[in-house]
Write a protein that binds this ligand. Structure first.
Ligand code: 5GP
Length: 193
């Protein structure tokens, strides 16, 4: 997606040749027009999958999950990293190690919002080692639902996440794929729109 790549190039900041900061349009301030275009693109890529529910993880996946859901006309569920005291009903739980924060979160979703038999599209802002996406897939599997695809806004292709998800049998669609950070400059995977 050319629009997204331009945004990343113009507004992204590379930290320590490993983390991309995109708080100008995705992770802190959010660009709503860009989110709509990302939603449109995810809808196009997963249109054949009969998606019935979108599953993401708080907080940075929520905006793009919502715009994608507007195209599919299905609900969004976001897994919680800290279980609020109001969330005392039955839940599915899994552990997700956070690449950027270096902590393991207990991630939960209420059973009533993830009933069996859903066709779940998993969405997230970044793909690094695949921990978040695999954790979300685990929640969907515990629920007796099927993961019909995994959509990622920004994939760091030099990290193992993509291979891990593909080896697990998932269709992975990433809207921007980064091959490397070279001297804090962003190099995209070639031959992609
Ligand atoms: P993974 O679970 O695939 O190892 O890492 C993806 C998760 O870590 C995403 O949910 C995202 O919040 C965070 N993350 C990983 N790499 C980056 C990065 O380069 N920049 C930002 N802003 N977040 C990242």
């Amino acid at each position: 997606m050319r629009l997204l790549k331009e945004k990343i190039t113009n507004e992204g900041i590379v930290l320590n040749n490993s983390i991309l900061k995109v708080d100008a349009f995705l992770n802190h301030q959010i660009d709503p027009d860009l989110m709509m275009e990302l939603g449109r693109e995810f809808h196009k890529r997963f249109a054949a999958q009969n998606v019935t529910k979108i599953l993401t993880i708080e907080s940075s996946g929520i905006a793009v999950a919502l715009t994608t859901a507007l195209f599919f006309h299905v609900p969004v569920v976001f897994a919680r990293k800290q279980k609020p005291s109001t969330m005392n009903e039955n839940s599915y739980n899994t552990k997700v190690f956070s690449f950027t924060k270096n902590v393991t979160n207990n991630v939960s979703v209420l059973k009533k919002f993830l009933p069996p038999g859903e066709k779940v599209l998993i969405l997230d802002d970044f793909l690094a080692n695949g921990e978040a996406a695999m954790g979300l897939a685990d929640l969907a599997t515990q629920a007796g639902s099927t993961v019909v695809g995994i959509g990622i806004v920004i994939e760091k292709s030099f990290q193992p996440g993509r291979k891990r998800l593909i080896d697990a049998g998932f269709q992975v669609e990433s809207l921007a794929r980064i091959k490397a950070f070279e001297n804090d400059q962003i190099v995209f995977v070639e031959n992609e729109e």
